[in-house]
Design a protein around this ligand. Structure first.
Ligand code: SF4
Length: 415
């Protein structure tokens, strides 16, 4: 596995928890911005832990993508972000032209805040829009409203058009409760009207330990039917294609030259450093998720400092990302996966490739026959939109194949 050239920093603070969200976050109410208030104290103690974690990480080559996600990283001020970037740069260095992305939420920044973030090196912004409808925003527990969102978009777009930003992106959620095809068409039109060059569109996932999870259990969540969800998904792809966007990954659409390099790194199976409470990293191919609570994270940092470094963080040339994981993430991309190349990279012999990869094709045969999955010169990829829409079913078959192969491997007596 090549040494990681990307880093993710988790900034867990939010004003309040949205009804669908089960991320590792710390809700601060309105105290985040009050100087010396309880919110600021929490932020300071957390940043101290984050700096300690960066300090104990092993060194590596210069970074080409850095992503500040959350949570709501725009609850940090310029100096706090600057100190984090400075620390990362001192530790690893940044490549020339490195992509530095920061997630920002509407109503958490002013024009001046944005300018300050850009002055210290942020060159790509990802704006958490989720919806352009006030009623929907309130029903999912977001803090911002539509006017604040439109204002945030125009501030970001102005800086982009003046050349201060490389690119920017909006997040939207598909298939929210009560959503109709007509409303979704309005959401897409509003998004495109902002002139945004990149969109991340996620399907709503119902997590059990959330307000939505509890409502769903009681049958109180009016989730769009499968038929409406399919129409919504088709509308997204067709409408965005008609506006010049291409779908380079299941959830990501961009105008030419605006794909997120950090996203592409992640879906290509490369390694990355992850820092922060609940953050996942896989610098050398093995995933490791940090504790999701502040107390657990603090304890883990102390162990790292005093006992021994988590093994997944230490370079080990023989360690590789498992083949099933490479296939799972690679299939999300427009270009799909080259089965034989990936299997050989995972250490499979020619003979094993011949035997086992043919078997995988039999697991996938019905999807190949129906055109959900396409093959060209050994490369397999999902058709858009039909294959991407049923990607989970295709992955389930892949995991069944993987279990059969893996089980046979571990059952074979060693000589
Ligand atoms: S703002 Fe984002 S991270 Fe924070 S609670 Fe809402 S969805 Fe979760």
């Amino acid at each position: 596995m090549k040494p990681p050239r990307s880093a993710y920093l988790h900034i867990p603070f939010c004003h309040k928890r949205c009804f669908y969200c089960d991320f590792s976050i710390i809700p601060l109410g309105n105290s985040a911005e009050i100087l010396g208030g309880p919110g600021k104290t929490s932020i300071n103690s957390y940043l101290n832990l984050l700096h300690r974690e960066i300090s104990i990480a092993p060194k590596g080559p210069p970074l080409s993508t850095i992503y500040l996600g959350g949570g709501t990283p725009s609850l940090l001020n310029k100096d706090e972000v600057y100190e984090l970037l400075k620390h990362l740069q001192k530790k690893f260095g940044f490549q020339n032209g490195a992509e530095l992305t920061m997630e920002v939420d509407p109503a958490t920044f002013s024009e001046n805040d944005l300018k300050e973030y850009l002055q210290i090196g942020i060159n790509r912004l990802s704006l958490g829009a989720q919806s352009f409808d006030d009623k929907t925003l309130a029903s999912i527990g977001r803090k911002h409203n539509m006017d604040e969102l439109i204002e945030a978009c125009s501030l970001v777009d102005e800086l982009f058009k003046k050349g201060f930003l490389l690119s920017w992106s909006l997040d939207l959620i598909e298939n929210l409760p009560g959503l109709t095809l007509e409303q979704w068409s309005f959401e897409l039109e509003q998004a495109v009207q902002t002139d945004v060059p990149h969109l991340s569109i996620y399907d709503l996932t119902i997590e059990p330990e959330t307000v939505f999870g509890r409502k769903h259990k009681k049958g109180e969540l009016n989730i769009p039917s499968e038929f409406i969800a399919t129409s919504i998904n088709l509308k997204t792809t067709n409408y965005l294609k008609s506006k010049g966007f291409s779908r380079y990954e299941i959830s990501s659409y961009c105008l030419p030259c605006h794909a997120s390099r950090h996203n592409r790194m992640y879906w290509s199976g490369s390694g990355w450093w992850g820092f922060g409470m609940g953050a996942t990293s896989a610098p050398w191919g093995e995933r490791f998720a940090r504790p999701r609570t502040i107390l657990g994270y603090k304890k883990w940092i102390e162990e790292q400092e005093n006992i021994e470094l988590e093994s997944s963080l230490i370079d080990n040339p023989s360690r590789k990302m498992p083949l099933d994981e490479l296939l799972m993430i690679g299939l999300r991309r427009r270009e799909g996966v080259h089965l034989e190349e990936l299997a050989k990279y995972s250490g499979w012999t020619e003979e094993k490739c011949n035997q086992k990869l043919k078997l995988l094709q039999t697991y996938w045969q019905e999807f190949l026959d129906e055109g959900f999955l396409l093959e060209k010169n050994g490369r397999f990829f999902l058709s858009d939109p039909n294959g991407m829409q049923i990607s989970n079913q295709i992955l389930v078959q892949m995991f069944m194949w993987w279990d059969s192969v893996h089980f046979a491997d571990v059952s074979e007596p060693s000589s």
